[in-house]
Design a protein around this ligand. Structure first.
Ligand code: DX5
Ligand code: ZN
Length: 222
């Protein structure tokens, strides 16, 4: 049986009036990484979290900050989010003209480099950059909002990505984001994912439910 996946709660679904308490609560509840969805109202139709907010959150948890940049152009923002405390910086290939350079820059800044593939983005984007990638994030919804439904064709794409990473000898994480629930988490892991982003499924019910929600996603009892 596959080992439990890393659970990366998306704070997009948390109470924004209590962000510091929310990240501390998910850490206490067993979360592995904090997933931060950064949206610019241009690359995606929503605006969310700037680097100052990430900086303000940094003292509230020891968990790695997994920052998903939905910003174009993305290059001018890498340094600010890294300085604010990001440990992983993930970028969409559509958010800049030079993916190879962008990934190299992220590693140069001392962060893990992630590539994010939208449902409509082909896996072949990875071919020329696989050696520069520490994480592949497969979107199982179109980015922009939490609370959307999981697109089932993502499962086959997870399998194909797992095969591609294994064939390349890559140790990159394979993370899935969007509409992940306790009902489809097991299928994602069986298909080859080792990290799951979940917003709604972690934060539903409030802090008293976080531990059970995270355990449900890991496929273990709370
Ligand atoms: C979508 C974001 C996701 C999303 C996850 O653009 O990247 O991280 O907020 O939220 P749920 O789990 O509610 O689909
Ligand atoms: Zn995300």
């Amino acid at each position: 049986m596959a080992s439990p996946p890393l659970i990366c709660p998306s704070i997009l679904a948390s109470d924004f009036a209590k962000l510091g308490e929310e990240v501390a609560a998910i850490e206490a509840a067993g979360a592995d990484w904090v997933h931060v969805d950064v949206m610019d109202g241009h690359f995606v139709p929503n605006i969310t979290i700037g680097p100052d907010v990430v900086k303000a959150l940094r003292p509230h948890t020891t968990l790695p900050f997994d920052v998903h940049l939905m910003v174009a152009p993305v290059d001018p923002w890498l340094e600010a989010y890294r300085a604010a405390g990001a440990d992983v910086l993930s970028v969409h290939p559509e958010s800049g003209p030079h993916l190879h350079r962008t990934l190299g820059r992220i590693r140069q800044l001392g962060a893990k480099a992630g590539v994010v593939l939208n449902p409509g983005t082909p896996l072949s984007v990875l071919d020329e950059v696989i050696d520069l990638v520490d994480l592949v994030l497969l979107m199982s919804v179109n980015p922009g909002f939490g609370g959307q439904s999981f697109i089932d064709s993502a499962l086959r794409k997870i399998e194909r990505t797992r095969a591609l990473l294994d064939a390349a000898g890559s140790k990159a994480h394979l993370q899935v984001d969007g509409g992940v629930t306790a009902l489809n988490a097991g299928a994602c892991v069986a298909a080859g994912a080792d990290a799951l982003v979940a917003g709604t499924a972690v934060f539903k019910g409030g802090p008293a439910c976080y531990a059970a929600n995270i355990a449900g996603l890991k496929g273990v009892a709370a």
